[in-house]
Design a protein around this ligand. Sequence first.
Ligand code: SF4
Ligand code: SF4
Length: 137
Amino acid sequence: MQLMMPKPTKLTRDTFLYLDPKPPFATFAQCETCMMFTGEAAETCTIHGAKVRVTKDHSCGLYVHGTPMPDEQGHEMASVTPEESGLIKAQVRCENCQSFQAQKTTCTLFQWLSRGWAFALNPKVHPHGCCNAWSSS
Ligand code: SF4
Ligand code: SF4
């Protein structure tokens, strides 16, 4: 009897946590539109703890789109370190990424990776989208 080997599954964009934008597009993926942010008065993040200063123009890989929650001030927990989350002070949307090709609104990194056997990444991205492979342009 011949053993059937499972077909390798190609990895898609969720591997990189690609997110299409939600309004407001201009601040998508920044702390100011993340529900873990405690707001501009406190400048903390619920999961980074009270000792890490986080401003509205930071971002990290654990972004959760939503309305900031000032009521969480004083209840922050240091569940992740900035190194673990990839905390960064930068505008992290595709429009500011070195892999973004503005004319075709495509991601050259996704195109390049999809030439190999392991990835099947849709290279069409939104200028205000983002992913965890963002890199400063
Ligand atoms: S540091 Fe990350 S989890 Fe915290 S508010 Fe900013 S994007 Fe959200
Ligand atoms: S352009 Fe940059 S941020 Fe956008 S999907 Fe590609 S690597 Fe990610």
